[in-house]
Design a protein around this ligand. Structure first.
Ligand SMILES: Cc1cc2nc3c(=O)[nH]c(=O)nc-3n(C[C@H](O)[C@H](O)[C@H](O)COP(=O)(O)O)c2cc1C
Length: 175
């Protein structure tokens, strides 16, 4: 892939919240997970974990935990990407809280882009009640859910969401 193809790849991804009934194949799920495995992490500690949820009842419970966002129930797979604080804080103490969140966020970004590379649709879902997700999945106390990445087959939207101009983000040399 050259740089213009990479640019087009980034520009063509959109969040999609409606999916066909077709499940993901094992190969598609494994591809997404393998790509996440190559994500960078602080001190190479890989302070992230993921719960792969395909069970309908569990997806429904996760949708409830996500304030009734129906795409969480309808997507055939939810990758619940979590921060593992034991891994990051054992070396970095308090700073490890931030690193754990960053590691999980990067892993989820790789998963989202891996899904896009497979022509799958996805929606990063961050609005949920942490405790409810913990209860549904039986997460231990040192594991914090960071995102519910819904992935399924569907149609890319014809229009992409607007962005701020890049100049509004960028400060050169100093703020
Ligand atoms: C941290 C984060 C949390 C998000 N939470 C939600 C969510 O709870 N529900 C939802 O439908 N979309 C959610 N999104 C998707 C955003 O709404 C979406 O990425 C944004 O509007 C830009 O649109 P695009 O992804 O189509 O480019 C979230 C995205 C991020 C990165």
């Amino acid at each position: 892939m050259d740089s213009s193809e990479f640019y087009g790849f980034c520009q063509s991804r959109s969040s999609v919240r409606e999916y066909d009934d077709e499940p993901l194949t094992k190969e598609e799920i494994d591809y997404i997970l393998s790509c996440a495995g190559s994500a960078p992490s602080a001190g190479n500690l890989e302070a992230w974990d993921v719960v792969v949820v395909t069970d309908e009842e569990t997806r429904s419970a996760l949708a409830e935990a996500a304030f009734s966002q129906v795409h969480v129930e309808h997507a055939p797979v939810i990758f619940v990407v979590c921060s593992n604080y034991v891994r990051s804080m054992s070396r970095y103490g308090e700073r490890g809280i931030l690193y754990g969140l960053e590691d999980a966020t990067i892993a989820c970004t790789y998963m989202m882009l891996a899904a896009h590379a497979k022509n799958l649709q996805s929606c990063w879902t961050g609005a949920f009640d942490d405790d409810d997700v913990r209860e549904v999945l039986g997460l231990p106390p040192h594991i914090r859910p960071v995102s519910l990445l819904a992935v399924g087959k569907g149609h890319a939207p014809t229009q992409h969401t607007e962005r701020m101009s890049i100049g509004e983000h960028v400060h050169r040399e100093t703020w």
